[in-house]
Design a protein around this ligand. Structure first.
Ligand code: DGY
Length: 324
C-alpha cells in the first residue's frame, strides 16, 4: 500500500476537518495557529505533497518557486485566492483550488449585519449601554437611517452579491441596483429584485448603501478611491465584506472625516490585521475582524471542501474547484 499523501495545513482548522484530514492523509497541522513565514511555507512545499493554506497565508511566487518543491497542489481554505500568486502557480504547473459556494450565505449575512449596524448605530449603541451612558428612551436619542425601502448598490454581482440582493430586496424591501462586467440574465436579476446599471459610477451616485462584492485583483485594487468615493451621496454608507484593498483606506478615512459619506461597515482591511488608527475612533464606522465566513457550520464546510479537492487530486480525478 502506498503511503498516504503528506499535507501541511497552515492553521488550526475545525476539529471535525482535522480528524478527516488525519484519516485521509498524513496531515501536519500548524498547532501554533500563527501565520507561517516564507521560509516555513517553502519548507512545507518541499516536504509535503500538498499545501492547505488559508486566506491570510502569502503564497507568493518566491514561496511557490522554491527549489526542490515536492507539492503539486495548493488547496486554499477560502473562496478568495488573492493570497496566492496564481500566475506563478500556473507557470509552475501547480493546481490551485478554493472553497466557493459554502460560505455564500454567511458572507451575505455579514454584509447585511454591517449594513444594519451602521444604519442603526448598533455598535455605537452597544458602547453607549456598556459605558453606562444611557439615561433612557427619548424621541431624539441616537437616530439612525431607515433601511427598508432604500437603494442598495452592489459593486460586483457574483454569488455573494446575489445572496445579499435576495436578503435586501425580499427581506428588507430595498431597491437593489448593481454593476458587474459580466451581468446575469435579465430574468435572473429580476428574480432577485435587482436592476443593472451601466457603470460602477452610476451605482455610486444612486445608492444609499454601497456594498462591495468584487474579487481582489490588480484591476480592482483601490477601485473605491478618493475620486469614486466623492460620487457617493453625503448620506450614503459604504459596506465592505469583500477584500480590504478594493478600497483606498486612506481615502475612505478622509471621506469619513470630511463627512462626504455618512458611515462605513468594514469586515476587511487593507493591511489586515492592522486597522487604520483613525477608524478606531469613529462612531459612525462598524469594524469586524474578517468574520464573513466565521460560523462553525461554514468553516467546517470550507475545510471539507478543501479536503475533497485534495482527495480528488490524489485519486487522479478532476478537482471540484480548480482555480488553475
Ligand atoms: C474567503 O474565503 O475568501 C473569506 O474571505 C474568508 O472569510
Amino acid at each position: 500500500m502506498s503511503p498516504k499523501p503528506r499535507v501541511v495545513i497552515t492553521r488550526k482548522i475545525p476539529a471535525a476537518c482535522e480528524a478527516e484530514a488525519q484519516r485521509l492523509f498524513d496531515a501536519v497541522v500548524n498547532a501554533t495557529d500563527t501565520p507561517l513565514t516564507t521560509a516555513q511555507l517553502q519548507e512545507a512545499l518541499k516536504t509535503a505533497d500538498a499545501l492547505l493554506p488559508t486566506v491570510t497565508d502569502k503564497v507568493t511566487a518566491e514561496v511557490l518557486g522554491v527549489a526542490g518543491r515536492r507539492a503539486k497542489i495548493v488547496a486554499n481554505f477560502g473562496v478568495g485566492f488573492n493570497n496566492i500568486d496564481i500566475k506563478a502557480a500556473k507557470e509552475l504547473g501547480l493546481t490551485v483550488t478554493n472553497t466557493p459556494d459554502v460560505l455564500t450565505d454567511d458572507t451575505a449575512d455579514i454584509a447585511m449585519t454591517l449594513l444594519l449596524m451602521t444604519a442603526r448605530r448598533a455598535g455605537e449603541g452597544e458602547r453607549h449601554v456598556r459605558g453606562k451612558a444611557w439615561t433612557g428612551w427619548r424621541p431624539t436619542h441616537m437616530l439612525g437611517t431607515k433601511v427598508s425601502g432604500k437603494v442598495l448598490g452592489l459593486i460586483g454581482f457574483g454569488r455573494i452579491a446575489k445572496a445579499v440582493a435576495r436578503r435586501a430586496h425580499h427581506g428588507f424591501g430595498m431597491r437593489v441596483i448593481f454593476s458587474d462586467p459580466y451581468p446575469p440574465s435579465a430574468e435572473e436579476a429580476r428574480a432577485l429584485g435587482a436592476e443593472p446599471r451601466a457603470s460602477l459610477e452610476d451605482v455610486l451616485r444612486e445608492a444609499d448603501f454601497v456594498s462591495l462584492h468584487c474579487p481582489a485583483t490588480p484591476e480592482t485594487r483601490h477601485l473605491l478611491n478618493a475620486e469614486r468615493l466623492r460620487l457617493m451621496k453625503p448620506d450614503a454608507y459604504l459596506i465592505n465584506s469583500a477584500r480590504g484593498d478594493v478600497v483606498d483606506e486612506a481615502a475612505l478615512v478622509a471621506a469619513l472625516q470630511a463627512g462626504t459619506i455618512k458611515g462605513a461597515g468594514l469586515d476587511v482591511f487593507e493591511k489586515e490585521p492592522v486597522v487604520t488608527e483613525a477608524l478606531l475612533g469613529m462612531e459612525n464606522v462598524v469594524l469586524l475582524p474578517h468574520l464573513g465566513s466565521a460560523t462553525l457550520d461554514t468553516r467546517e464546510a470550507m475545510g471539507f471542501r478543501a479536503l475533497e479537492n485534495l482527495k480528488l487530486f490524489f485519486a487522479g480525478q478532476p478537482v471540484r474547484d480548480r482555480v488553475v
